[in-house]
Structure formats: C-alpha cells, structure tokens
Ligand binder design. Structure first.
Ligand SMILES: C[S@@+](CC[C@H](N)C(=O)[O-])C[C@H]1O[C@@H](n2cnc3c(N)ncnc32)[C@H](O)[C@@H]1O
Length: 216
C-alpha cells in the first residue's frame, strides 16, 4: 500500500518500461532533441505515460481529440497514434519555441495530417471552438493554475462517455504539503473533481500522477 510511482525504485521502473510498449526511434528523437532545452526538458511526457495515452485513446475509441500543452510533441504523438480512422487532434500551446520539434516528429510518424497545432493561449483557443460536445478525448498538461478553467471549457465540449486526462496532479507529492500557489491550485482542482457528480474520476499513480475523468 505504501509504494508509489514517485518512489518507484529505478530498477523496477526500468522493468516496467521493458515490459510495456517500447520507445520507438521517433520518441527517442523527441527525447534527445528536447534535451537542448535543459531547464524544461523534464516537461516532456514520460515513456510509460505515452504508452498509456495511446492505449486510453484506443480504449475510448476516440476519433476527435484535443490537447492543452504540447511542448515538443511527445504526448500529442501518443494520442495521434491511438486515434481511429479519420481521427483528428487539436494541439494548443502558447509558444512556438518548442513545437518545431513536435512537427518534425509528427511528420516522421505519418500523423502530421491529423494534427492541427494552434499557437495561442489555450483558453482563447478552447472558447473559440463550437460549444457543443464534439470531442472524445482531451489531455491537459499546460499551466496548472488553468486546470479549473480548462476543465469547464473541455467538459462541455466532450461527448458523454468521453475521457479527460489531467497530468501532474501530485505536484511531486506537494499536494500533501503545499509550498506555493500552484500547489494550492492543483489541490483545489483535485478536490473539486472528486466531488463533481458530472464525472467519474480515478487518480492514477503514474509519473507525477494523472487524473482520468470520464464524462457521465
Ligand atoms: C509540461 S509542458 C507540456 C508537455 C507535453 N504534453 C509533452 O508531452 O511534452 C507545458 C506546455 O504548456 C504550454 N503552455 C503554458 N501555458 C499555456 C497557455 N496558457 N496556453 C497554451 N499553452 C500553454 C507551454 O508552452 C508548454 O509547452
């Protein structure tokens, strides 16, 4: 009961990766190219999360997806690979500093034509979308103080039975011992989700914690 992903020993983590979908050369290249941005390289989605996202998108039978927080494109690649025939993914990011790495990888993976990258504050991009339910899957991994707003904008646009996934819901464990306002924002967000009867929520102890949120 005490073991958590945050505390997973390195050898067990390596074992887990070795027995899940392997990291392919395109993911490897994203990881290597992301290293040039030393201060923020840790932002990219972990290999186990990539495998998990692809599986979730497939399980959801998703065709229309959206991502908030794209960076160098690792999670978007995973989502795009899971989409069904004719699938599409809208990617939202505020910066075009990192997304050229993403675009190159998506091209190499043959998923470029299903991805629509929109560089603008994500809230503006979301609010400009039709208000009715038109998405099956959403992944949120941008600034954590925006999670409440992203949630409300996305929930209304999600089809019943659709899935929202929020990353970093553990804040490296600081949800138990907050040290800054971002930690408090995530604590408030997690608490609101847990009592929201519009959705089913499961918090998964993978990487820095992911909340899976199914719209009823
Ligand atoms: C943790 S990184 C995303 C990592 C990405 N999911 C991956 O797999 O590598 C967060 C991203 O959110 C973007 N971001 C931050 N604030 C934003 C905003 N208001 N609107 C859109 N994107 C934003 C940042 O530019 C950054 O690329």
């Amino acid at each position: 009961m005490k073991q958590s992903t945050l505390l997973m020993p390195a050898d067990l983590h390596a074992y887990m990766l070795a027995h899940s979908a392997p990291v392919d050369p395109i993911q490897q290249r994203i990881a290597e190219r992301t290293e040039q941005f030393a201060d923020v390289a840790h932002w990219r989605t972990a290999p186990e999360q990539s495998a998990f996202l692809t599986l979730l998108v497939r399980l959801a039978g998703a065709r229309d997806a959206i991502e908030v927080g794209t960076f160098t494109g690792m999670s978007a690649l995973a989502i795009a690979r899971g989409l069904g025939e004719g699938g599409s993914l809208i990617c939202c990011d505020i910066s075009d500093q990192w997304t050229p790495i993403a675009s190159e990888a998506w091209r190499a993976a043959g998923v470029e034509d299903r991805i629509d990258l929109r560089i603008a504050p994500a809230l503006a991009t979301l609010r400009a979308l039709p208000s009715g339910p038109s998405f099956d899957f959403a992944f949120v991994d941008a600034e954590k103080t925006g999670y409440r707003d992203y949630y409300e904008e996305l929930l209304g646009r999600l089809r019943p039975g659709g899935l929202l996934v929020f990353d970093n819901v553990f804040r490296s464990g600081r949800v138990l011992d907050p040290t800054n306002e971002v930690d408090h924002a995530v604590i408030d967000f997690n608490a609101a989700l847990a009592k929201d009867d519009r959705v089913d929520v499961v918090m998964v102890p993978m990487a820095d914690g992911m909340s899976l949120v199914r719209k009823r």
